[in-house]
Design a binder for this molecule. Sequence first.
Ligand SMILES: *Cc1c(COP(=O)(O)O)cnc(C)c1O
Length: 383
Amino acid sequence: MIPYGRQNISKDDIDSVVTVLKSDWLTQGAMVPSFEAGLCKLTGAKNAIVVSNATAALHLACLALGLGQNDTLWTSPNTFVASANCARYCGADVDFVDIDIETGNMSVLALQSKLEQADKKGALPKILVSVHFAGQSCDMQQIKKLSEKYGFKIIEDAAHAVGGTYKKQAIGSCQFSDITIFSFHPVKIITTGEGGALLCNDQKIADKLERLRSHGITKDTLLMQGQSEGEWCYEQIELGYNYRMTDIQAALGQSQLSRIQEFVRKRSSLASRYSEILQGLKVIPLEQISNSISAWHLYVVRLQETTIEKSEIFSRLRQQGVGVQVHYIPVHLQPYYKNLGFKLGDYPQAEKYYRQAISLPLYPDLSFEQQDYVVKTLDKVLS
Ligand SMILES: *Cc1c(COP(=O)(O)O)cnc(C)c1O
């Protein structure tokens, strides 16, 4: 089976992990800050905080921006459930903004009109999570303008977009947001096994994130309330978690990071090749906007009207060794969210998109022969 995504692990990756395994520090050593410095260099952000996974990153981002009960977080229905769940961890409500079917990203027009209505009702969101679907940035400049008008905070969920750019700036620069989060799950652009990161430019937020990652504990005497009784002293000043990344993972991440441009270049050239060889088939690739360079986490096509059901097309492709996937079942249609009151028909564009979308295999080591086989098989199945 040709999978839809796959990690690329080099000898250098293995060597750097082994080096940490032979060292004194498997966690809380020097590799974590070193990987964080690498992420700052990649993105231009002032601060990077790595954590155990991107779901933990989203949770901490919401906490650091003060999300709590009686607050609402808005996100896209076309995303992984974690983009919405983070609000529920904080006791806050979730609402969704419909998508632009051509890109799969949140529609800025839908956002604008939903904000106008929410403003009249005094029900504006506290946080907007903008998801850079498939690796392509949302129109962050427009979203930032709206955030200034309506006073909400912005978290960029860039789980798909590590290594991409928007208006010539690296994704993660946080030029148009408060916090950006990355995922290092093996299907994403670079991997640490499990892992995630938060990027931001505000030192206060960065300090809080670092504290929340490790139980809410500080050793900073300026923040401590009592008199220090000795060098062993630390204080827990708020409720945090153990969301730390190990040094074993950070070593893998640091080594992977040195090849990120190569990974994105390969994904991008395979994506261009897909667009060429898919011509003539009854499928529509995602539209690319002019001011963004995608990191190409996914290559999604929308199936045009055919007599064959999508489930039939999907299973025939799988039977013939083409490991297709679907991104995403709209989050509001998950039973958990239906129980909160969401229903079919709430976000028609995301629902229509879902009926059509199918993700084709895309990863740096996908060969041209495999790619040709994917397209040939799809052609056969569709005709
Ligand atoms: C993968 C993913 C996440 C969660 O990442 P983990 O590191 O697996 O927790 C969050 N948001 C999006 C859009 C994702 O694709």
